[in-house]
Design a protein around this ligand. Structure first.
Ligand SMILES: *Cc1c(COP(=O)(O)O)cnc(C)c1O
Length: 356
C-alpha cells in the first residue's frame, strides 16, 4: 500500500459488513431486518408526490418531521434531532462529546457502528461482555472511569434480540456520574412485547439520548431516516456538528407520511408476532441441532452449532440470504429477519436441507 497521510484513527476503523442484498432473482433477503411488507404505502405515495420538488434544498433542521414526532411523543420539536439514518445521529454524538482518549463503553456482540464512530473521533472503546446473551449493566457500571464520556446501549440488542429491563436501566442511571452521556439505541423498540421494557423517555431529564429509526418497522431503510430524542440542551449541541442538509426532502416526506400510516404499522407488528411464534415452533422441531433466543425484535438469533459463514453460503444456494454473525463475535450463529409466512417457510425448508 502506498503511504497516505491520514489520521492514525483511520487505521482502527473496521469497514461495516452489511447484510447481503442478493441480486439473483428469487432469492429472499432476511439479512438486514428490513420490513418484509415493504414500505408504508402512504410513504410511497407521498415521496412520489414530492419528487417534483427535488431541485429545492430540504429544510436544514427537518422541522416538518420534528414537529410530527413532537406530537407523537407529547414532547416539543426541541427534543428531536433527525439524521440520515440513526447511524448519523450516533456520529453526531461522537463528534459532539469525544476528545482524543475519552472512553466509550460498548458491549461486545452488538451493533458495530458504536465502535466505528468512537474510533472515528479518536475515542477509546472499552468493551463489556454480554451475560447470558444480555447487556450486563452491572459490568458496564464497573468499567466507568473518570475518562468515560459516552455509553452505548442497544435494546433490543442486535443481534441477540434481548432487552435491558426497566429496573436494570434505572439502577444504572442512578449510579451514573452526571458528565456521562447514555445513548439508548431503540431501533427495534416498536416490536417489544415484554412488560419489563423501560419507557426510556422518562429519563430525558438526565443525559440520556434515545435513538429510533424509520429503517425497521416503517420500512424506509433505503430512504435513510432516524432520530435522536433528548433534552433541548443536548439536541442543541448535537445540532452544532450536523451538516446542513443531512436529510433529504423525500426522506422527510416519507417519514412524516409513514407516521400517519397506522394500518401498515399494525400489519407489520402482527406479521412479526405471528412470524415469531411460527419460527419458535418450527425451530424447536430441529431438536438439539440448533438453539435459538426468544426475541423482542424483528429478527431471531439462532445458534446453529456449526460454521455460520459456511451455512450462510449453503442457505444462499437454497435461495435465502441470512446474516452470519461471525463479525458480531458469534462464529456459529446466524441472525434471521422475521419475514412473511411464505418467507419463513422458505427459510425453514432451506435450513432443513442444510442442517440435515
Ligand atoms: C438497523 C439498526 C439501526 C438503524 O440504523 P439506520 O441508520 O437508522 O438505518 C440502528 N441501530 C441498530 C442496532 C440497528 O440494528
Amino acid at each position: 500500500m502506498p503511504e497516505q497521510p491520514f489520521r492514525p484513527a483511520i487505521n482502527k476503523l473496521k469497514p461495516y459488513l452489511p447484510g447481503k442484498t442478493p441480486q439473483e432473482p428469487g432469492v429472499i433477503k432476511l439479512a438486514s431486518n428490513e420490513n418484509p411488507l415493504g414500505p408504508s404505502p402512504m410513504a410511497l405515495e407521498e415521496t412520489k408526490n414530492r419528487l417534483k420538488h427535488i431541485s429545492i434544498y430540504p429544510d436544514q433542521f427537518s422541522i416538518e418531521l420534528r414537529q410530527k414526532l413532537a406530537k407523537k411523543f407529547g414532547l416539543s420539536e426541541k427534543h428531536f434531532i433527525v439524521g440520515n439514518g440513526s447511524d448519523e445521529v450516533m456520529q453526531m454524538i461522537a463528534a459532539t462529546y469525544l476528545s482524543a482518549g475519552d472512553e466509550v463503553l460498548i458491549s461486545k456482540n452488538t451493533f458495530s457502528i458504536y465502535e466505528f464512530v468512537t474510533c472515528l473521533f479518536d475515542g477509546a472503546p472499552i468493551f463489556v461482555d454480554l451475560k447470558d446473551y444480555r447487556y450486563d449493566l452491572e459490568a458496564f457500571a464497573g468499567k466507568i472511569s473518570n475518562k468515560t464520556k459516552v455509553v452505548f446501549l442497544c435494546s433490543p440488542n442486535n443481534p441477540t434480540g434481548t432487552i435491558i429491563k426497566k429496573d436494570e436501566l434505572e439502577r444504572f442511571l442512578e449510579k451514573l456520574p452526571p458528565n456521562i452521556f447514555v445513548v439508548i439505541d431503540e431501533a427495534y423498540s416498536e416490536y417489544v412485547e415484554s412488560k419489563d421494557f423501560p419507557a426510556s423517555l422518562k429519563y430525558l431529564d438526565k443525559n440520556v439520548i434515545v435513538l429510533k429509526s424509520f429503517s425497521k418497522i416503517y420500512g424506509l431503510a433505503g430512504l435513510r431516516v432516524g432520530y435522536g430524542i433528548a433534552k433541548p440542551e443536548i439536541i442543541n449541541c448535537l445540532t452544532l456538528t450536523k451538516l446542513p442538509f443531512n436529510v433529504n426532502r423525500l426522506a422527510v416526506a416519507g417519514a412524516v407520511a409513514a407516521l400517519d400510516d397506522s394500518e401498515h404499522f399494525e400489519k407489520s407488528l402482527i406479521n412479526n408476532y405471528q412470524g415469531k411464534k411460527h419460527l419458535y415452533s418450527e425451530l424447536a422441531s430441529f431438536g438439539p441441532k440448533l438453539s435459538f433466543m426468544e426475541t423482542e425484535a424483528n429478527f431471531i438469533f439462532i445458534d446453529v452449532k456449526r460454521n455460520a459463514d459456511e451455512l450462510f453460503l449453503e442457505l444462499l444456494r437454497e435461495g435465502v440470504a441470512v446474516r452470519p454473525l461471525t463479525s458480531f463475535g458469534f462464529p456459529e450463529a446466524i441472525r434471521v429477519t422475521i419475514g412473511t409466512p411464505k418467507q419463513i417457510e422458505r427459510f425453514i425448508s432451506a435450513l432443513r436441507n442444510t442442517l440435515r
